[in-house]
Design a protein around this ligand. Structure first.
Ligand code: MG
Length: 389
């Protein structure tokens, strides 16, 4: 049985902010959840141990419970140092038959493929460490002055995961005289005089330490992360028309001899756009959020519905990227009102008006639209995962 120990007990003092960085949102999900996900998806990992500060157990438990992971996940209390935290995680692993991987919670971008390669190398060699070439020229500096240039041809930076056969890692911890200065587990194995296989990382696997690192990781996920891919929503609506104005459309009151009939103000354009936004999130439709059996919404201003749909999107970490809508109506002519509708939609959705399109079509005298017995609208909205502030 192979176990991954994910060390998430750090306080992240270099990161700033009011919560430890492993709980900070990265493109719509906490960093820790993204990290656990990688090991949850990895076929060669059977069990996951998360090492967390004791006062954050409830928060970690909540994240795990709401994320629906497939594998068994145990939470263990962290220690005063990184190495003590790993040792505590190790004590939760009862089985000595497999490989133990140790991974920083702050490396959420690690690829499943690289995790598998570390497991394989640890199985074969006893100990393995994911590494990356050093690309900067390295200087030895003392008292603010460069003393020498270090030959970097043999230098690699040590990443995680690092993998070990369980027995070897236990011996390494048992033999270590002092854990205070130990920043990775490979160095404990080196201390035993044992070899550690270097496994070159095949994909971008930064440790998120600063706000800048977070923004780089977000940009990286924006290009490739499935949760950051845009979502398209589609909405339509239709209402009956009856004599007597005004007609409320796109939040604009249009002076004419017809009005749309409905429980609310029957604004088909705002209803179609709200449905498109809810649809992009697979969050039901306007009727499931604002029932037409609810007296609260009788004669309601439909701008409320659209504003609530936008607010829900924001809460879920989405923002609109563009909006295109079509109104089907025989009369009156909508051309004089289109710009005001666009500005209203831009205000409500937070979009630049240049990304809001409203078009109008007639029914050519045909059918319910053509005989001015109905008005309808359709809208397409694109949502994307909003950047964390
Ligand atoms: Mg409607």
């Amino acid at each position: 049985m192979n176990t991954a120990i994910i060390v998430a007990a750090g306080s992240g003092t270099r990161f700033g902010g009011d919560k430890p960085k492993q709980f900070v949102d990265l493109a719509g999900k906490p960093i820790l959840v993204r990290t656990i996900e990688k090991f949850d998806r990895c076929d060669s990992i059977d069990k996951i141990v998360v090492v967390a500060a004791e006062d954050l157990f409830d928060e970690v438990q909540g994240l795990i419970a709401s994320s629906g992971f497939a594998k068994r996940i145990e939470i263990v209390a962290g220690g005063k140092t990184r190495a003590e935290s790993t040792r505590n995680g190790l004590s939760a692993v009862k089985d000595d038959g497999g490989v133990i991987l140790v991974h920083d919670a702050a490396r959420p971008l690690v690829s499943v493929n690289d995790i598998e390669r570390v497991v394989e190398a640890a199985n074969e060699f006893g100990a393995a460490c994911l590494t990356a070439p050093v690309t900067d020229t390295i200087k030895r500096v003392s008292e603010g002055e460069i003393r020498e240039t270090v030959d970097r041809s043999s230098l690699m930076s040590a990443q995680t995961p690092q993998g070990f056969t369980a027995g070897l890692l236990r011996i390494a911890f048992a033999e270590a005289a002092d854990l205070a200065g130990v920043t990775d587990e490979s160095s404990l194995i080196e201390g035993l005089g044992e070899k550690v296989k270097a496994v070159p990382a095949t994909s971008f696997n930064p440790k998120i330490t600063t706000q800048e690192d977070l923004r780089i990781a977000e940009a990286f996920l924006g290009g490739a992360g499935p949760s950051a891919r845009p979502r398209i929503g589609f909405g339509t609506d239709l209402h009956r028309l009856e004599p007597g104005g005004p007609l409320i459309l796109g939040g604009v009151s249009i002076d004419c001899d017809l009005h749309a009939v409905g429980h609310s103000d029957a604004d088909v354009l705002l209803h179609a756009v709200a449905d498109a936004i809810l649809g992009a999130m697979a969050a039901g439709d306007i009727g499931s959020h604002f029932s037409d059996a609810d007296e609260e919404w009788r004669a309601a201003d439909s701008r409320i519905f659209l504003a609530k749909a936008v607010e829900l999107a924001r809460e879920k970490g989405f923002a609109a990227a563009s909006l295109d809508a079509v109104i089907d109506l025989e009369r009156p002519k909508l051309r004089p009102h289109i710009e005001e509708m666009r500005r209203t939609l831009a205000d409500l959705t937070g979009l630049d008006v240049g990304r809001v399109s409203v078009k109008a079509k007639t029914g050519e005298g045909l059918g319910e639209i053509g005989s001015s017995r109905a008005i309808s609208a359709s809208a397409v909205v694109i949502l994307f995962a909003a950047r964390a502030a």
